[in-house]
Design a protein around this ligand. Sequence first.
Ligand SMILES: Nc1ncnc2c1ncn2[C@@H]1O[C@H](COP(=O)(O)OP(=O)(O)O)[C@@H](O)[C@H]1O
Ligand SMILES: Nc1ccn([C@@H]2O[C@H](COP(=O)(O)OP(=O)(O)O)[C@@H](O)[C@H]2O)c(=O)n1
Length: 218
Amino acid sequence: MIIALDGPAASGKGTLARRLARHMGLPHLDSGLLYRATAQALIEQGCDLADSAAAVKAARGLALTDFDEAALRGRDMAEAASVVAAIPEVRTALIDLQRGFAARPGGAVLDGRDIGTVICPEASPKIFVTASVEARAMRRALELKGRGEAVDYACVLEDIRKRDERDSSRAVAPLKVAADAFVLDTTKLDVEAAFEAALAIVNSTLEDKRNLVARSAG
Ligand SMILES: Nc1ncnc2c1ncn2[C@@H]1O[C@H](COP(=O)(O)OP(=O)(O)O)[C@@H](O)[C@H]1O
Ligand SMILES: Nc1ccn([C@@H]2O[C@H](COP(=O)(O)OP(=O)(O)O)[C@@H](O)[C@H]2O)c(=O)n1
């Protein structure tokens, strides 16, 4: 089973993806880390974030095991990731890595922006996780504070608005709801309630699949 979770910044898709993966015994890929790591490599090399040849080289050089999450999860890297993620060649360079992960025996859980629309259009279920921009900014501000970053809510709100706009308006693989996705609005749900809602979607998809197999066998 391939479970795709997409959605805007700090909607809770990563938290849900991790919980669902653990619950289902499936591997999890946070695809945002790929774009963050590509941006980090460019910054370390002193390259411009718009240098598409250097960005493609950095993206091709990524391995799924070498992420320094503490360094990648910061506010600056989120912004830089969204700039490199708008370069079509960077997205192309990262497709095989993500599809290879999704093709693991038994399936996988992937979260990002274009998992259900571009990377794994065959995924089922697809869950589009969203929440009000204010709730998301509050969550991200708390998270960054917890990581020791001095941030204020207003700046995080502005960052998130800007990033959502860039991610939704880019020419290739923009953030959008897949036609066959379930939309899960977590604005008024705590982590536990959001997990229960996501699990209910997964279980009903599994049930539909079982019924389909039973009907075609009988
Ligand atoms: N339903 C929720 N209610 C409150 N906080 C949440 C909820 N879901 C996630 N969080 C918190 O919000 C922050 C961002 O969540 P995360 O899963 O990283 O979002 P995303 O992967 O969509 O960017 C984290 O600190 C996480 O613990
Ligand atoms: N599948 C993906 C995942 C991330 N990204 C980009 O990478 C940036 C960082 O993604 P992320 O998932 O780590 O960010 P958050 O949603 O956690 O804030 C996003 O703003 C997107 O620009 C993408 O374009 N496609």
